[in-house]
Design a binder for this molecule. Sequence first.
Ligand SMILES: *[C@@H]1O[C@H](CO)[C@@H](O)[C@H](O)[C@H]1NC(C)=O
Ligand SMILES: *[C@@H]1O[C@H](CO)[C@@H](O)[C@H](O)[C@H]1NC(C)=O
Ligand SMILES: *[C@@H]1O[C@H](CO)[C@@H](O)[C@H](O)[C@H]1NC(C)=O
Length: 299
Amino acid sequence: MASCRRLLCWLLFSLLGSLGYYKTYGITVYSDNKRVTAREFEGAYLSCKHNVKKEIGARIEWKMIKGSTVSFVYLNGVFVGNFKGRAEILHSSIHLKNVTRKDSAKYRCEISAPTEQGQGTGEVEISLVVLVPPSAPVCEVPISALSGTVVELRCKESEGVPASKYRWYRNGAILPENTFFWSFRKEKISYTLNTTTGTLLFNPVSKNDTGEYYCEAHNQVGRPKRCPVKRMQVDDLNVSAIIASVVIVVLIMASCGLGVYYAQKKGYFSKRNSSMNNSSKYRVTESEKDFKHTKSFII
Ligand SMILES: *[C@@H]1O[C@H](CO)[C@@H](O)[C@H](O)[C@H]1NC(C)=O
Ligand SMILES: *[C@@H]1O[C@H](CO)[C@@H](O)[C@H](O)[C@H]1NC(C)=O
Ligand SMILES: *[C@@H]1O[C@H](CO)[C@@H](O)[C@H](O)[C@H]1NC(C)=O
């Protein structure tokens, strides 16, 4: 009867031991949530639990790991550095009362306590991502463009966590993405929209794309933000205007040439050599500039 009871006790203890209830030789540290997200200026709870019994007393340390920099958060029973006064310890877990984007990091909870095999330690790592709403994006929209050319509109903001996605609007209406369903519709999409990079590509741009454009950055955290409206004017290549400007340039050049010719004939060059040279040089560069200007315009 006594031996039977002893056997039962032994069975019970080994069962509890295998479940981890009766271990004093190993320290187990774990977390209810190893990937914590919290909105900026709100609270965050970093859970850290362990199996060290109260009577033994666990030594608790928290560290923050940012890239290759490790700094103390909680040490010798107090919060240190910029965590002083804005965090509290709850058993071995911590509650940050007001997180900012600078708190995004990995946090390590380290527990040490005496065990049968000497000092034992255990640790768990928790990542904290502080969610930040988008800032107002900066948009690049050309004021004017020539139809038939390639035009890219850009939109970017860099505060949002997670990274913002982008939407473009023309004349107040959203520009739809080129989805499978849209491809069945009558009006074809004449642009390439990249919602990740924020670029809106017209290849080529047409007169129809003239309008008032703005872009919106959104990331599900807080309200979407938009940039100021900008107008893009797309015009056809105006052939008669180009011909007219070429004719004007040719006329200017011809009259310059005539002027120099008559000046030479009247003998200005021999009398006021240096001053005349200067002014004729000036004239040539002026008309050259004009010419280059027109050339680039044609191209
Ligand atoms: C949280 O911190 C920010 C800046 O550190 C401060 O402006 C804000 O008032 C704080 N909010 C609360 C509720 O303490
Ligand atoms: C958007 O741009 C990124 C980076 O250039 C690229 O990896 C991605 O495939 C593009 N997405 C679309 C839909 O074109
Ligand atoms: C594009 O131009 C055509 C006529 O040239 C017009 O019928 C059509 O409505 C325009 N489309 C848009 C989106 O403005």
